[in-house]
Ligand binder design. Structure first.
Ligand SMILES: *Cc1c(COP(=O)(O)O)cnc(C)c1O
Length: 401
């Protein structure tokens, strides 16, 4: 290895807001990754639901290389071809008519929240500013988005927060009915809570939220940063719920590994963000958009989406078998390739132990909270890699029972 970079540099030169694993990956192809020492890993983490076509997919490498030889960056003083093509594609495959590009999920959500507040203020006045969101929800790390997110550990301790945000229990229809009113400006929710533990919304809940938003002229914002771009087996998860939001945020898998986010909305609401009201230097950058366009073209193919369901079945079967052997999970939940294996009473709080043991066996995993093991692999992961990864998980659990 030519590199002498070491993991302990992290402690010397990085702000300590992360606690990364010991190994440093240096190369990835598909769903296999190698570290500095040449150890091989199967990747069930997918860079937290980002690497939807695996590492260095030829389609992405081609798109970035071609665009890298044309033009990288312009700013929004000019528009560019990749951004316009990507926006056209996203509007064709979703409910949306208009797109705003950002660089991350948090920024897409920030745009969504600012749009909702602006619509309410201009149409109905400043009194209509309440945002309803849900406990355990996660919407990113800007100050507005952590405030709307439902985890105090992320939002508190930074001084005064943006105001008039209410948090309710997810899936609690009665609590929602009791709270929403004409003063509600928007409701923000994930169609399936990711960071909060892989918790699906019930159809009845999702549909009630939609109906009451209509009744009270509140905008419905779906945060599909984690669920979007094929992750649940439809291009966006709202399609499976029979509910259409007014605003949708998307990021993570949208770029397949290049930083990009987007807020999608309709012709009715987009005009409220008129010239000068919002913006981003990098948003809609041609390099990022060229890669995202290539990614979306592959992910939106019917065979890719059907493949997600097939792979989900393989994961569920494999995890059930592991559970029969070790009796460790209380439930395998989630949808598509956003899967949570919830640890049973005896194993509460030990999701990180499973993750660390898996790392030692050459398997990259994620957790969602202290007691859920999370799987967000590439949507096109080889079936052989699924099998091999599950065998490694079996060994990892055997080492800690
Ligand atoms: C990851 C995530 C975000 C934040 O995205 P960033 O790109 O980290 O800003 C927001 N919402 C949900 C649902 C997410 O999973």
């Amino acid at each position: 290895m030519d590199s002498k970079v070491e993991r302990n540099w992290f402690n010397d030169v990085m702000v300590p807001c992360y606690n990364p694993m010991e190994m440093i990956p240096v190369k990835g192809i598909g769903s296999r990754v190698w570290d500095q020492q040449g150890n091989e890993y199967i990747d069930f983490a997918g860079g937290i639901a980002v690497s939807c076509l695996g590492h260095c997919h030829p389609v992405m490498v081609k798109a970035i290389t071609e665009q890298a030889n044309k033009i990288w960056h312009l700013s929004n003083v000019m528009t560019n071809e990749p951004a316009l093509r990507l926006a056209k594609k996203l509007t064709e495959i979703s409910f949306a008519d208009k797109v705003f590009f950002a660089n991350s999920g948090a920024e897409a959500n920030e745009a969504a929240l600012k749009l909702a507040r602006r619509v309410a203020a201009e149409k109905y006045g400043d009194d209509k500013s309440e945002i309803i969101a849900f406990k355990q929800g996660f919407h990113g790390r800007t100050f507005f988005t952590v405030t709307v997110g439902g985890q105090e550990a992320y939002s508190d301790g930074f001084g005064p927060k943006p105001g008039n945000v209410t948090h309710l229990d997810y899936n609690d229809i009665e609590a929602f009915k009791a709270k929403i009113s004409d003063k509600t400006c928007a409701v923000m929710m994930e169609p399936l809570q990711g960071e909060g533990g892989i918790v699906s919304s019930s159809k009845e809940f999702a549909q009630t939220v939609r109906e009451l938003c209509d009744k009270h002229n509140a905008l419905l914002i779906y945060d599909e940063v984690q669920t979007g771009n094929g992750r649940t087996g439809t291009f966006y998860a709202y399609e499976g719920l029979g509910v259409t939001p007014d605003i949708l945020s998307t990021a993570k898998s949208l770029g397949g590994g290049i930083p990009i986010g987007a807020m999608l909305t309709t012709d009715e609401y987009a005009p409220f963000l008129k010239v000068g009201t919002h913006g981003s230097t990098y948003g809609g950058n041609p390099l990022a958009c060229a890669v995202a366009e290539a990614v979306v073209n592959v992910v939106s193919l019917p065979e890719t989406l059907a493949g997600v369901k097939e792979r989900e079945a393989l994961f569920r079967d494999g995890l059930e078998k592991i559970n029969e052997k070790y009796n460790i999970f209380s439930e395998i939940r989630g949808q598509g390739l956003l899967i949570g294996a919830a640890l049973n009473d005896e194993w509460q709080g030990r999701a990180r132990d499973v993750l660390v043991a898996a790392g030692k066996e050459g398997l990259m995993l994620l957790v969602a909270g202290a007691s859920v093991v999370r799987f967000t692999p590439s949507l096109v992961i080889d079936k052989k890699d699924i099998e091999e990864g599950l065998a490694k998980l079996d060994k990892a659990i055997a080492s800690i029972v």
